[in-house]
Design a protein around this ligand. Sequence first.
Ligand code: FE
Length: 388
Amino acid sequence: MSRFTLPRDIYFGQGSLATLKTLKGKKAVVVVGGSSMQKFGFLAKVVNYLEEANIQVKLIEGVEPDPSVETVMKGASIMREFEPDWIVSIGGGSPIDAAKAMWIFYEYPEFTFEQAIIPFGLPELRQKAKFIAIPSTSGTGTEVTSFSVITDYKKKIKYPIADFNITPDIAIVDPELAQTMPQKLIAHTGLDALTHAIEAYVAGLSSVFSDPLALEAIVMVKDHLFNSYNGDKEARNQMHSAQCLAGMAFSNALLGITHSMAHKTGAVFNIPHGCANAIYLPYVIQYNSKKCSHRYATIARRLDLSGQTDSELVDSLVEWIQAMDKKMNVPLTLKDYGITEEDFKSNVEYVSHNAVLDACTGSNPREIDDKTMIKLFNCIYYGEKVTF
Ligand code: FE
């Protein structure tokens, strides 16, 4: 038996944030990141809409990028004191992911972080609160996914929490919030969305339900990401939808080793999630194509890329991704990203070992062990074609 789970409601389009006015409940905690949502007035709008609905509001502000276990536990204890029946999270992936994890420890204070990172092992949520996610960046898809990524800074490791229990109840995909993204963030988040869609299309649990979402998201990235990067407002709106489609796909189909590697190098090499994915994806496609070249060829055909045989089409797909990277100032190798050879060599075994153990490795179409992962990282560092 397979399962396909999405939020019950997705409100989308310009002005959809106002749907908060119609919410039924008593108390809402609003989880938010740094200052951008305040600065652009979206936080005030959220609070006003909730108050219009006669809901008492408490803010949990200042969730850092790549939120820590400590931030999660602190937020959960604030929730236990305030006892909200709604958790509203607004911002980039970080505050939404942090809020999802806070939700677990709000409802189950005795639960531990070590238990929470066991895939699909969470207890039944929604005993105390339901969850709303409002994304302000166009990449993570976290407003519709069963994932949350939390960083353990002592171990320098990002841990994905995966469980349909943390799939939000309501997603509000209002493109107005995404109009404020700086250019670099547009590139990184957009390429993260592309990675979600491509990994989902070849992942272990890809299905007839996830495939159309993944393919459409990839086509939309091709049509709109570069224009969005260059400031086109309508293209930015389209990317906000595209990343959500990609999120729906990968939440159910799962991901692959591009994400395993990005999770495990993020803190060690100080490399933003989307940027890491953009660099690694072409090499992972070359590696996985030994197993599923026909799936990548299908993507390449949908994108009208050149080639007759599967292997020509895979090459075209890799070239297209690297051309996109280049156009948006994303380096093609870890060396060009600025990691010194010394830094790379002293960490490659550690990150390879951890990447193999990452929750996303299990759904990658081709298996991998520590030794091969080290070889793959070497190709990525020096920019060599993956031929094994
Ligand atoms: Fe991602």
